[in-house]
Design a protein around this ligand. Structure first.
Ligand code: PLP
Length: 381
């Protein structure tokens, strides 16, 4: 049996497969088992932020592995301390819970909001994506994901994204928190009005409710450390993951000191979260972003890609939108055949219905962006 046959034989068939087996990566390129090269505009669903085979990242992780891979959070760890110090020099929240995946960071955020406010209501946006465990799925208001698993966690309400009036009508004194992506990713890079999140925060404050901002996908790729910086809003609870570990599972639920003061000891935990290897991955990723000025690269190459894609003349394209290196090309029809053709031409993009999503490593160069545009042009124009 070959690689594909073995996986198909043993894995529960939950994923639509892409028909290639990835065996190695270098920079923004991935290579399959036949050594065919692909320009990776997916960064593994937004996680391989620095691309592949980054020397400083690899060396740091190998060294950490030789020292110690795991140390439970009930013990102190030098690497964890260094990571926390760096992380909190970047984000505005004062305290963190460290875990492993985006869904877990959301799940913790929902629990922290409920316990800190002693209230139960949670409001999220329709078609937003926050993960698929029962709590996170209750916030993920996408009918096709929720329907097979009803009933979900009680007291979740869903409002239209970027519609302050709908939120005003649903937010009340029982609302523990409003959870939102600052830019809806899975739904096709939907960017709200510049003042939407500030207005949401004001409404939350009026009702003694918390604002949870889910930056699992937007974190570190929109040209600022956080998309919250672009919208000039501070979350009471901030969820981070994906790019933070550059491919290694690292996640954070960061909270204000006030929220942290109201979370009693022993009310949440994880065995693997905050392990030194994960903390090392997080630390070196943040250092690389800073030392190589990669936020600026996201801005510059992101603007270049967006402008070039917006100027493509194609009867297939409905709209191109984005911020930094988070871009969607919305077609008038399903994208599957075009994504397949791009893959044959050596370019990988993400797909969902009519949306082609581009989330490349933030190390992508202008030349690589030009290569991507050329191939996309060949397929769509
Ligand atoms: N939140 C957002 C905004 C996401 O985009 C995702 C994943 O795509 C998640 C949460 C869930 O993260 P994970 O798949 O790491 O559990």
């Amino acid at each position: 049996m070959n690689i594909q046959e073995i996986e198909d034989r043993y894995l529960i068939p939950l994923y639509a497969k892409r028909d290639i087996a990835l065996v190695r990566g270098d920079g923004c390129f991935l290579f399959d088992e036949n050594d065919k090269r692909y320009l990776d505009l997916t960064s593994n669903y937004g996680s391989s932020l620095l691309g592949y085979n980054n020397t400083n990242y690899n060396q740091a992780l190998k060294k950490q592995l030789d020292n110690i891979a795991n140390a439970h959070s009930s013990f102190y760890s030098d690497t964890r301390a260094s990571f926390l110090k760096k992380l909190h020099s970047i984000i505005p929240q004062e305290k963190s819970f460290l875990c492993s995946t985006g869904t877990e960071s959301v799940e913790a955020g929902i629990k922290f909001a409920r316990i800190a406010t002693e209230k139960t209501g949670i409001i999220s946006a329709k078609m937003g994506y926050h993960g698929r465990t029962m709590g996170a799925l209750s916030a993920t208001a996408i009918p096709k994901y929720q329907k097979p698993f009803l009933p979900l966690v009680p007291e979740f309400k869903h409002v239209a994204f970027n519609n302050i009036q709908d939120l005003e009508e649903n937010l009340d004194e029982n609302t523990a928190a409003v959870i939102l992506e600052p830019i809806q990713g899975e739904n096709g890079v939907i960017i709200p009005d510049k003042d939407y999140l500030q207005k949401v925060k004001e409404l939350c404050e009026k009702n003694n409710s918390l604002l949870i901002i889910d930056e699992v996908q937007t974190g570190f790729r929109t040209g600022n450390w956080l998309a919250s910086d672009y919208f000039e809003v501070k979350a009471d609870i901030l969820c981070l993951s994906k790019g933070l570990g550059n491919g290694f599972p690292v996640a954070v639920t960061a909270v204000t000191k006030e929220v942290s003061d109201n979370i009693p000891k022993g009310t949440h935990s994880t065995t693997f979260g905050a392990n030194p290897l994960a903390c090392c991955a997080g630390l070196v990723t943040l250092q690389e972003i800073e030392n190589k000025n990669l936020l600026n690269n996201s801005k510059e190459v992101g603007n270049f890609l967006l402008n070039e894609l917006q100027s493509l003349e194609s009867p297939l394209i409905r709209e191109v939108r984005g911020l930094g290196l988070m871009i969607a090309i919305e077609l008038k029809q399903r994208v599957t055949p075009y994504v397949r053709e791009l893959q044959e031409k050596g370019v990988l993009v993400m797909l969902n219905g009519n949306i082609m999503r581009i989330l490349p490593p933030i190390t992508i160069s202008k030349q690589e962006a030009e290569m991507a545009i050329e191939k996309i042009k060949q397929v769509l124009c």
